[in-house]
Design a protein around this ligand. Structure first.
Ligand code: ATP
Ligand code: MG
Length: 365
């Protein structure tokens, strides 16, 4: 099958909130670069509403509302619907069918070992009552990735166990039923700070569910307020005190966003981030000065996104049209994969006329 040779991207986000700068540096910015590189034959970006419902079953309004928010964020960041199909997961029933068959290839204990799911269960206080759908979402994610024959999954570090689980399913499926599914690779950000951007509160991960986010759609004032009240180094009490830059979200954000040219423009006393860090560690550099600089750097990056989003918000029906078109294209691809899967699993009874003939001969002997 020559589609096996095609370079295909699948990524996505759960519509559980507007997108934040963690999504941006962890995955979204990279997607736009990959899209514009022209190196990929197909790019699919999925709004994972069915997955969002696995831990928001009682809050369908939230999921529904955030579909459009996430779509606006994509387009504002430069996702181009002429080059990239944006799809809504729940509108492609083929994905459920694939999940159903993949479930036979994964054990309960294997799912229990997934470190991302483990942390997420703790975060949601699900320990005593995990919804089955939530527990099995890594399998449904394998269905998403394989349905589009994705070779590349650009994502943050928390997605590594999901892609690993997908690869295992692909191996097992192909081993049992013959070569059918394509094995994906995760594409992590090159910049270490972007693998998992911490929250403004210093918590390990900026996450919609934790309320510690700077959103792409935040106003300039909101961004400034959030940056100026960010958690820093709790031992850096007076300006003279030596400070720590590791585990200090202000410096981690600078690692993620700042380039040397920003110093020329906003903080000419220093030539690069290493100099600024050295001063902070020595003592004598106050948090407020560093935060003001971070604010300038981030405002510059976020301003054009915010402006484009405002423009896009003026025509919401057009956004739904884009989603409808992207979903239709994606459904076609998923249907092709599902047909391959069913053929390999020998559950394509009505299409398999050769087999019907053979049975017919057997019974007429
Ligand atoms: P939720 O809390 O609902 O799970 P989330 O903020 O974790 O939301 P997801 O939709 O689960 O966001 O993740 C979408 C993509 O963004 C994934 O590729 C994930 O790796 C990446 N991502 C999410 N948060 C971060 C972060 N803080 N730093 C880097 N990448 C991130
Ligand atoms: Mg998540």
């Amino acid at each position: 099958m020559d589609t096996d040779m095609a370079k295909i991207i699948l990524t996505g986000d759960r519509p559980t909130g507007r997108l934040h700068v963690g999504h941006y540096v962890g995955s979204l910015k990279r997607r736009v670069e990959l899209q514009n590189s022209g190196e990929y034959d197909k790019i699919f970006i999925m709004i994972a509403d069915a997955q969002a419902l696995t831990d928001n079953a009682d809050n369908p309004e939230k999921v529904r509302q955030n579909i459009i928010e996430v779509a606006l964020d994509y387009l504002a960041c430069g996702i181009d619907p002429d080059q990239t199909d944006i799809l809504i997961q729940s509108q492609i029933p083929e994905l459920c069918e694939l999940s159903f068959y993949y479930m036979n290839l994964v054990t309960v204990s294997r799912l229990q070992r997934n470190p991302t799911v483990k942390t997420e269960i703790q975060m949601r206080n699900f320990e005593t009552s995990i919804p089955v759908g939530f527990f099995t979402y890594p399998i449904s994610q394998a269905a998403d990735i394989t349905a589009f024959r994705a070779t590349t999954v650009p994502a943050g570090e928390d997605q590594m166990p999901m892609v690993e689980q997908t690869r295992e399913i692909v191996h097992r499926f192909n081993y049992i039923y013959g070569d059918t599914l394509v094995e994906p690779n995760i594409l992590l950000p090159d910049n270490k700070a972007c693998l998992r951007l911490p929250g403004t509160d210093g918590k390990a991960k900026m996450s919609k569910s934790l309320g510690n986010c700077i959103y792409l759609s935040d106003s300039a004032d909101e961004v400034r307020t959030k940056i100026m009240s960010m958690f820093t180094d709790p031992t850096h009490l007076r300006v003279e005190d030596p400070g720590h830059v590791e585990d200090n979200p202000v410096f981690i954000y600078l690692d993620a966003f700042c380039r040397d040219e920003h110093f020329t423009r906003f903080l000419p006393d220093y030539s690069c981030l290493d100099e600024l860090k050295a001063h902070y560690m020595r003592g004598g550099l106050g948090d407020v000065k560093v935060k003001r600089f971070l604010n300038n750097v981030m405002q510059e990056e976020l301003e054009p996104i915010r402006t484009r989003r405002k423009e896009l918000e003026k025509d919401i029906p057009a956004i739904y049209e884009i989603l409808k078109k992207g979903t239709a294209a994606a459904k076609e691809m998923a249907a092709g994969t599902l047909a391959d899967v069913k053929r390999s699993m020998k559950i394509n009874y009505f299409d398999d006329t050769a087999w019907i003939d053979e049975q017919s001969r057997k019974y007429s002997e």
